[in-house]
Design a protein around this ligand. Structure first.
Ligand code: 6R9
Length: 634
């Protein structure tokens, strides 16, 4: 059985009303469509003060029995994962539900044999190949907690994440093919181990390209040697609804990235419910999300949501521009994709390559096209609608976060009104509101603007941040008393549709990737000649936001392009290429308040070229520096 599928806007409205009037009854009904080893005792217990949020307490389940076992009777031969490799000439792989079940079981058995059990943390550093999805599910099968790290992060960033969660194992590949690039993944894992990862006992290496890699007998194990030959049945670990399913690291406005924790029961119910409704998935459809499994979008809407609903989920190894900017559309036509889900940064990048790349492909199978990761600007929305949706296919602009686990504000396929740049209405069960940033009071009525907050828990809300519950409380539940604070600002139009404006905290969104300005500053400051730095986002045509760094260097340092290149290299090493500054301006001082705080508002304005609207600078300790910053803008 599947959760309720909404069939019209009126149906959405009645379901929404029910979900608000009787949240427990609403979610109990959805949850009862899954296989539970034991039914829950309480649907919901919560307070947002500690916070303490528990859904389906006392319920026992294993999410993989819902992703795999329960489909075997009806769709064992149907493709579960459709793998499209990096090179267009290489054959696609169709992995049926039966095959996926067997592969997950074999890998689960292998992990158990390697000493991994319930509650152990396993880190992933892998390209987009089926074995990533398989071994993520294998962890869930045996109750191990997966922590997937995007394979574009540096060795240092990987080590930080491995150590924060004391991972016992890293699963990686030898190499990662992306477009023309061949990335030495195992080499980066070795570097991370050299930095120091004392908890790691095993590195399980998937042979992806088969090229030479360094090998250390004391911890390296070949994936195929361990997995092949295992039994194709693996008893699933019985999990409590509130046992941890996974950790996923994400950036915030302060400090190091934090491990967002999701649990088994609520995450299962909500990812399936939201997948089914936003994409209006119908049996037999081919669904494709272009995200990487290293991000929450890949977790919820390549792996869990689709498989829970018995969907065919396409997984793509490559990049949108290889061999050319028509690749996405070529793949859509080739596999007759029905639902396509991507990010505004990809849309803008492809749009910039020219409309001709969209022509000549049969996109007539598309029924819903989606967007996620950052605000989609009107031009990109219109282009997407016209050139990909051929003006007839509905666009769903889905707003959500790592912390929310699933889509929160979005159209329901073609059933909802559409308006460019507006994500629209909340999903059933989601109670958003806008809060005045000064009074912290809710803004009633429409239209309205303010901080975007959520008043009531939904099943896939984060439960904690790994190893530091207080941080979770401070980051999300302290800004606005009694509510979950998203970090985003938003507007509601006269009809109550939501438009997300962007982050109101010190987080920049570069090509849909979240980065804390503090995190990038810390990385820049690692360069021996840097005294101090301040990082802000600025509008960027393709990336949405670019990174602009103001840097003070020590006496005698040559403030030139060579130093700029060194600073960029430092950031690549500390975090990874996604965090490298687009612009670096050397300055003699930063504008500071009398209490010593950097006035970022001024830095943002100058970086954006809006120096005419700086506002009042007289309260600065050093107002004279503003002139220098404006003149030296890069
Ligand atoms: C799923 C995901 C979350 C932040 C979020 C917001 C931005 C995501 C958006 C959007 C406008 C959308 N964001 N989707 N902004 N419209 N449709 O992206 O999670 O990586 O945690 O980023 O991304 O600023 O707060 P995550």
């Amino acid at each position: 059985m599947l959760p309720t599928q909404i069939t019209s806007f009126e149906h959405y409205q009645s379901e929404y009303a029910r979900s608000v009037n009787d949240p427990e009854g609403f979610w109990a009904k959805q949850a009862s469509t899954f296989n539970w080893r034991k039914k829950w005792d309480h649907v919901l217990e919560w307070n947002f003060e500690e916070p303490n949020i528990k859904w389906f307490q006392g319920g026992k389940l294993n999410i993989t029995e819902n992703c795999l076992d329960r489909h075997l009777a009806t769709r064992s031969q149907q493709t579960a994962l459709l793998f499209e490799p990096n090179a267009p000439g290489d054959p696609a792989r169709h992995i049926s539900y039966r095959e996926l079940y067997e592969e997950v079981c074999k890998t689960g058995n292998a992990l158990r044999e390697l000493g991994i059990g319930k509650g152990d943390r396993v880190c992933f550093y892998m390209p987009m190949v089926p074995e990533l999805a398989i071994s993520v599910l294998a962890c869930a099968r045996i109750g191990a907690i997966h922590s997937v790290v995007f394979a574009g992060f540096s060795a240092q960033a990987l080590a930080d994440r491995v150590n924060d969660a004391d991972c016992k194992m890293i699963i990686c590949s030898d190499y990662n093919k992306r477009g023309n690039k061949n990335i030495g993944v195992k080499e980066i894992v070795d570097e991370a181990l050299a930095i120091g990862c004392p908890s790691v006992q095993t590195v399980l290496v998937h042979r992806n390209t088969g090229e030479e890699i360094a090998w250390d007998e004391s911890y390296d194990v070949w994936y195929h040697e361990k997995v092949d030959g295992q039994a194709a049945e693996c008893p699933a670990e019985e999990m409590d609804a509130e046992d941890v399913l996974f950790i996923l690291y994400t950036s915030g406005s302060t400090g190091k990235p934090k491990g967002v924790v999701h649990t088994c029961g609520g995450y299962m119910v909500y990812t399936a419910y939201s997948f089914l409704n936003v994409f209006q998935y119908q049996p037999g459809d081919v669904y494709w999300c272009t995200a990487d499994i290293g991000w929450i979008t890949g977790h919820s809407y390549i792996v869990y949501g689709p498989l829970l609903c018995g969907a065919t989920s396409l997984m793509f190894e490559g990049v949108p521009t290889y061999p050319d900017a028509g690749r996405f559309w070529e793949v859509c036509a080739k596999h007759k994709v029905n639902q396509f889900y991507t990010a505004p940064t990809a849309i803008r990048a492809l749009m910039a390559q020219g409309d001709e790349f969209t022509e000549g492909y049969d996109l007539s199978h598309l029924k819903v096209i989606g967007s996620v990761g950052e605000p989609i600007n009107e031009e990109a929305w219109e282009w997407y609608k016209k050139h990909i949706g051929k003006d007839t296919v509905p666009v769903v602009d889905t707003w959500w976060q790592t912390e929310t686990g699933g889509m929160m504000i979005s159209g329901m396929g073609g059933h909802s009104p559409q308006k460019p740049t507006f994500a629209g209405y909340p999903l059933p069960g989601i109670q958003p509101c806008l809060v005045d940033k000064n009074t912290m009071q809710e803004e009633e009525g429409n239209p309205a603007a303010g901080l975007l907050a959520i008043k009531f828990p939904w099943p896939s809300i984060l439960r904690t941040t790994w190893g530091d519950h207080l941080r979770c409380k401070h980051t999300y539940f302290s800004t606005i008393p009694g509510m979950y604070f998203t970090g985003d600002g938003a507007r509601r139009d006269a009809d109550g549709m939501y438009r997300i404006i962007g982050r109101v905290d010190d987080v920049v969104n570069v090509s849909g990737h979240r980065l804390g300005t503090a995190e990038v500053e810390n990385a820049i400051d690692e360069h021996p000649q840097v005294v101090e730095s301040a990082v802000v986002g600025y509008p960027h045509d393709i990336k949405g936001q670019g990174i602009y760094a103001y840097v003070i260097v020590g006496a005698g340092a040559g403030a030139d392009d060579a130093l700029r290149a060194e600073i960029v290299a430092t950031v690549r090493q500390e975090i990874g290429p996604i965090a490298k500054p687009d612009k670096i301006q050397f300055v003699s001082a930063l504008p500071k308040t009398r209490s010593g705080k950097i006035m970022r508002r001024i830095l943002r304005k100058i970086a954006a070229g809006e120096q005419d609207s700086l506002g009042d600078v007289s309260t600065l300790l050093n107002p004279e520096v503003v002139e220098e910053l404006i003149l030296g803008r890069v």
